[in-house]
Design a binder for this molecule. Structure first.
Ligand code: F6R
Length: 244
């Protein structure tokens, strides 16, 4: 629990940078699972600063994003491809072929195959070393809405009403928010070797309490993180306020 999200984000970016440097010294890739949304933006800004000012290289980094709206064109204002380019990829030396983001343009009848290939790509890369997560007010991680089981894999899901309400301002109205998304599954996420979940602000306090102190249940998929051996939950004081 940090005094504020600024201090917390910088500390997490420094930890991540240390991991990337370690892997670079070892000559092995660092495989990162990445999230979009408001929670990780300050972490990404700090990584960009570390690249520009302290020579942090991403040549050895391979990334897999958690999710993407469906359908979604990559050049749309709200696409996660665009988000990641804007906050991170356009400002660092990552190899384009090492970036993976679920494809919101896959034809609907081929999405299941596409999702299986996404899982294969993660396996072929050696699995995810370091997974960054946010949490939605529904208790989702990735877009694993209530009802998502602990063994769920990358797939097409229907977004919860609350999630679409929370995204409404990005889309100039809830009616414009896509109804579906492609997301890594809870099971996919739980295979990451190290997981860091970020939550800021009083709006997250209730769901953070349920995630940390509630019984593991598919009505709050983030509770399944309790089964993982190496999770860091990183909060500001407001998001931690309801913890007992
Ligand atoms: C985004 C994602 C979501 C968000 C969550 C919190 O890739 O997977 O689970 O992390 O909806 O969003 P923010 O950070 O905007 O509150």
């Amino acid at each position: 629990i940090f005094a504020d999200s600024e201090t917390a984000s910088i500390a997490i970016a420094q930890e991540l940078a240390e991991f990337i440097r370690l892997r670079t010294r070892e000559g092995r890739p660092a495989v990162l699972g990445l999230a979009t949304g408001s929670s990780p933006t300050r972490v990404y800004e700090e990584l960009v600063r570390l690249h520009r000012e302290e020579g942090l290289s991403f040549q050895n980094v391979v990334t897999f994003n958690l999710d993407e709206y469906f359908p979604m064109a990559p050049d749309s204002l709200q696409s996660y491809v665009r988000f990641m380019r804007e906050y991170l990829f356009d400002h660092i030396d990552i190899r384009p072929e090492n970036v993976h983001i679920p494809d919101g343009t896959a034809p609907a009848d081929q999405v299941a195959d596409y999702c299986r290939r996404y899982e294969e790509q993660i396996r072929d890369a050696g699995g995810i070393d370091w997974q960054l997560l946010g949490i939605g007010r529904t208790g989702h991680i990735g877009f694993n809405e209530p009802g998502s089981g602990a063994a769920s894999r990358t797939r097409l899901i229907t977004l919860d009403h609350i999630t679409r309400t929370d995204a409404a301002s990005d889309f100039y109205g809830e009616e414009n928010v896509p109804r579906r998304a492609i997301t890594m599954g809870v099971g996919t996420i739980l295979e990451a070797r190290h997981i860091v979940l970020l939550a800021w602000g009083e709006g997250k306090a209730a769901v953070v309490k349920r995630m940390v102190e509630g019984e593991p249940t598919d009505t709050v998929p983030a509770t399944y993180l309790q089964h993982h051996p190496a999770v860091q939950v990183v909060l500001d004081e407001a998001a931690a306020a309801e913890l007992s």
